[in-house]
Design a protein around this ligand. Structure first.
Ligand code: MLT
Length: 219
């Protein structure tokens, strides 16, 4: 389903009333169709809300401006995080949704992390795939009770290991219930990402498994 709100987006209704809606946030050069199959794979019963980033970099959609790879225009990050949080509120009212869990990849993970830090009420939690620190000095946020899964790649050439660890620490310091797992992969997603994210959503968010996921550490 597509309806014109403040972002071009795709919406797929949920299949079970209790399933947490997912906000799908694509990487650089992606669009609103990109993560629909991933969303369906990790949360088969969830409503899927998938906007297209409004910032263009050489014809590639993104969610905020960057000065170069890994160096962000932080003023734009802040403005775009608020703009996206406003879209989430608009879409929740239009489609009758609970606060969504963000599922973001790369640039999409980074805008999701910025939303958590700047507009915590917009998200129920987040799965951050190859996320990095979006803001060097964010204001204090209250993320108590929000579950966050950060999946990093040990061979990721874009996200340095210490940057991902800093993001995990920042979210933890704000009270989020963070699980940071480092996978034996690069920046691209693997089947392990899909399996880990799916299990985490089932266990940590819907509580439908008896085994609690491990906390920090390597896969
Ligand atoms: C970003 O710009 O958000 C990160 O460098 C990830 C990317 O999109 O390449």
């Amino acid at each position: 389903m597509t309806q014109t709100l403040s972002f071009i987006h795709r919406f797929e209704p949920g299949r079970q009333p209790g399933a947490p809606p997912l906000l799908l946030l694509h990487g650089t050069g992606g669009d609103e169709a990109d993560l629909l199959p991933l969303g369906r794979a990790v949360a088969p019963d969830s409503a899927l809300l998938s906007p297209r980033g409004k910032v263009m970099e050489g014809g590639m959609p993104r969610f905020f401006r960057r000065l170069r790879e890994g160096v962000f225009d932080e003023e734009d990050v802040g403005a775009r995080a608020h703009e996206l949080a406003d879209f989430v509120a608009e879409a929740r009212a239009t489609y009758g949704l609970a606060a969504p869990l963000a599922l973001g990849f790369s640039n999409g993970a980074n805008i999701a992390a910025a939303m958590l830090l700047l507009r915590p009420e917009a998200l129920a939690g987040a799965v951050l795939l190859r996320g990095m620190v979006p803001l060097s000095n964010p204001p204090a946020a209250d993320l108590r009770g929000k579950p966050v899964l950060l999946l990093s790649g040990r061979m990721d050439p874009i996200v340095p290991a210490d940057n991902a660890a800093r993001l995990a620490g920042m979210l933890k310091a704000a009270g989020a219930d963070v699980r940071h797992q480092i996978l034996p992969s690069g920046h691209g997603l693997s089947q392990t990402d899909v399996a880990t994210a799916g299990a985490w959503i089932r266990e940590a968010v819907t509580g439908s498994s008896s085994s609690k996921p491990a906390r920090d550490g390597e896969a």
